[in-house]
Ligand binder design. Sequence first.
Ligand SMILES: *Cc1c(COP(=O)(O)O)cnc(C)c1O
Ligand SMILES: [Zn+2]
Length: 408
Amino acid sequence: MSYVKGLRCRECSRHYPKEALFVCEYCFGPLEVGYNYDKIKEALTKDVIESRPKNLWRYRELLPIDGKPTDGLNSGFTPLVAAHNLAKALGVKELYIKDDSVSHPTLSFKDRVVAVALSKAKEFGFNVVACASTGNLANAVASQARAARLKSYIFIPSDLEMTKIVGTLIYGPTLVAVEGNYDEVNRLCSEIASKYKWAFVNINIRPYYAEGSKTFGYEIAEQLGWKAPRHIIAPCAGGSLITKIWKALKEFKEIGLLDGLNTKMYAAQAAGCSPIVNAVKENSDIIKPVRPKTIAKSLAIGNPADGYYAVNTVKESGGWAESVSDEEIVDAIKLLAETEGIFTETAGGVTLGATKKLIAQGRIPKDEVIVVSITGNGLKTQEAVIDKIGKPIKIKPSLESFEKLVNA
Ligand SMILES: *Cc1c(COP(=O)(O)O)cnc(C)c1O
Ligand SMILES: [Zn+2]
């Protein structure tokens, strides 16, 4: 039983069949999956969801597959950590970390989108999956394609962090390092996608892939006891995640799983790549592309595909946007580690760094529920902090040597 009605243009609302399409023939707007919410409302109750295994498919009626889920059966349902120490450090009352740094299997929220994309690609009959990636998507596609017995072609900018390259190559995909930035990689991939019959998860399968991000939002609401928080801060690269968290909360309200919705969405970017934040601050919905220069490589998309929708999400929800310098990113990574014992990657530093600023500015009040979206694991971007965390203290293998240290 599928609850998907078909695809719909986000700009002109024209309808399309549920095929591997992604752009409107008439206005070139992006296509989005449309659902039959009346039917979903009957099928998907809190009891039904709570009775299911703790993975992202517990919300399967709201995800765009027709048959049974085949991939990512252990992905999702990451912890929502009540971050008391961090709340105290920031001077706020109630703050949570939605922690996808421990996502199965590749330690970033991209496991969610890939779970949905590969399940859908198989339904469409593709044998090869591919992607243009800033790193985490490469890890997730390479890993999950192996488990799904699919061949994968992965395209990355050649200057990616070593750990993200190793964390891709280990699965044995065809990894192509393009001498250019992500936007150039993406442009090349669009050309390849129009010529080769492959499932490019974030190009021709994008409408389906992007729906996987909604599960991040569903889980926040379920884990807060079927309530939406007042404030959610999310990192933006292409701008899809923040848009889909917002869509998720609106859907939960629509099908009666939330009584009300009073959430403000905040976009976080690195100062060296902040086209979405710039547009919000200039009160414009025109995204001016930038040339990225930041240590937050997973967010380094200068021309974000969903930038316009990310800006609209912020506006519609009454939120705001903030950017942070590379130094602030590192400080925030350390703050999260030292308060909550969570090691996040540079993207998490961006999100927490922006949260800190938004609280200090009074944009986010101190006495309302705040959720910080931590989307990736710090072990993947060790280069960013290696020179800023001190060194182990060397001693001789003797008690004397140790006590010299203790007493020093
Ligand atoms: C891809 C990515 C994002 C941003 O995702 P978009 O949907 O492209 O905005 C955030 N955090 C991490 C760690 C990512 O890898
Ligand atoms: Zn259209």
